[in-house]
Design a protein around this ligand. Structure first.
Ligand code: PLP
Length: 461
């Protein structure tokens, strides 16, 4: 490896397990490569072959992450002496792409749906016998009539399906159901997560739940406080609170045997170290064991729905820099605009909606050595369609699109596998990125570049 590519690798923090970048490197030409065991994908080559904007989905990353996580939990359960069962449920809302759902289920995940439409996909897979009928499905989200009817239909067919009751109307239908149900607790504890609002509409307070009277078949107590929880203690505090409610609720509902702690395990988008998953998992299992044994009760089963944690690193988004412009305002920490052939507002919508930060590197880096601080601009007309980096700018190789600087410059945004696909928009009628799947050394096209006709149809043309 040349000195230059070592420097680039270090600068953009590739090859580091703690940042989930062990799959990436630069080759000696300065091109970004993806490593799947001994298979290698050259990202510049893929960008040239398929065109940009381009999403590259890597199911092998999901498979490895989930396998490692399930092995870790089994090993820690043994170490700690935790006797409950552990179930990983993939929340489909994180990314409903078939390639993702199929690989995650293939590794042994159960599912969580948040709508009728997601459950409809599950039904389809069950009918096609592509899912094991023993798969367990948790159903959250408001229960519209069609959602309730589909749950009922699948329950009668023997599918292990657990509606999680979130509101009074659902309670009316489900409290005395002859099938298993769960209930959602509105967690009053504040946590370091954007989504943890002081007041939200999800679930019932502990007081309300404990005053409800008994259920026919209550199995699960569930809560979800938010995604990307920044502090480890903010995961443990709510578990302790929920366990207290759990054991009180169990007095009237002996069938209750499972605690579902929802999502929240974060991703190091900003390439700074957070808390490690093994430390967190060990503390969770110890806490459940301690709280159960204090009351001389069996350890509850544990469900977790960490979606972002498993899926975000399994996709990257590749764009071409189609124009460069000087920023003359001296107050700006960036020297140039790089305009890309995609859109932060459309294709990475969280950039705009919640100020999401991303790790970004060049795809082709022949000009290594000369770096500059830039702001990135998407192709829509909107002044909000920009990305200004973690610390006020993005460091990329210096590039001038107008001076015949040889090959075009491509950039890559990492960790784009969670939420961005289903949130995507069509501002200025821009086309969504093409999506390809890289697995076992092969590339499969999952979504072609959208034509004006494809998009026009959504607007009645
Ligand atoms: C009920 C529920 N479970 C799980 C998740 C997934 O959270 P994350 O992707 O942060 O793990 C969400 C996200 O909104 C959720 O609403």
């Amino acid at each position: 490896m040349t000195k230059r590519s070592i420097a680039s690798k270090k600068l953009w923090k590739l090859g580091i397990n703690d940042f989930n970048t062990q799959y990436f490197d630069f080759n000696k030409e300065g091109d970004l490569i993806i490593k799947e065991g001994h298979n290698i994908y050259n990202v510049k080559y893929l960008a040239e072959k398929f065109g940009t904007s381009l999403e590259i989905l890597m199911p092998f990353v999901i498979e490895e992450r989930l396998e490692d996580f399930l092995d870790l939990t089994a090993a820690l359960s043994k170490k700690v002496g935790y006797k409950g069962k552990f179930f990983y449920h993939y929340p489909m809302k994180v990314n409903q792409s078939k390639e993702i759902v199929m690989s995650i289920v293939g590794e042994g995940a159960h599912l969580e749906t948040s709508s009728y439409n997601e459950l409809w996909l599950v039904k389809k897979m069950l009918e096609q016998e592509t899912f094991n009928p023993n798969i367990r499905i948790l159903c959250s989200g408001p229960k519209t009539d069609n959602y309730i009817n589909l749950i009922d239909d699948l329950q009668h067919k023997g599918v292990k399906i657990f509606p999680l009751i979130e509101g009074p109307n659902e309670l009316k239908f489900l409290q005395y159901s002859k099938f298993d149900v769960g209930i959602r607790l509105d967690m009053p504890i504040k946590a370091s997560s954007y989504w943890n609002k002081p007041i939200d509409r999800f679930g019932f307070s502990a007081k309300e739940i404990l005053e409800m009277g008994s259920f026919k078949n209550l199995k699960i107590l569930h809560y979800h406080i938010g995604s990307q929880i920044e502090k480890l203690s903010d995961v443990l505090g709510p578990i302790k609170y929920a366990l207290d409610v759990f054991f009180k609720l169990k007095e009237k509902n002996p069938s209750l045997d499972t605690l579902d702690i929802g999502g929240g395990m974060p991703i190091p988008y900003m390439r700074t170290k957070g808390y490690p998953v093994d430390k967190l998992m060990e503390k969770i299992l110890e806490l459940i064991k301690k709280e159960s044994e204090k009351r001389e009760l069996p350890h509850p089963n544990l469900v977790c729905e960490w979606g972002r944690y498993i899926v975000a690193p399994a996709q990257i988004s590749v764009f071409k820099v189609i124009d460069t412009k000087r920023i003359s305002n001296k107050k700006s920490p960036a020297k140039k605009w790089y305009v890309i052939d995609g859109s932060f507002m459309n294709d990475l919508l969280d950039t705009w909606s919640i100020g999401q930060k991303w790790a970004i590197s060049p795809v082709n880096n022949k000009r290594d050595g000369e770096l500059t601080d830039v702001w990135l601009a998407g192709s829509s007309c909107d002044s909000d369609d920009i990305y200004t980096g973690v610390d006020g700018s993005v460091t990329l190789p210096d590039y001038n699109s107008n001076n015949g600087d040889g090959e075009p410059m491509y950039i890559v945004v990492y960790d784009t596998g969670a939420y961005q696909t289903s949130l995507a928009a069509q501002h200025c009628m821009l086309s969504s990125p093409m999506k390809i799947v890289a697995e076992n050394g092969h590339i499969v096209v999952a979504r072609k570049h959208e034509s004006p006709e494809d998009i026009g149809k959504n607007f009645g043309w």
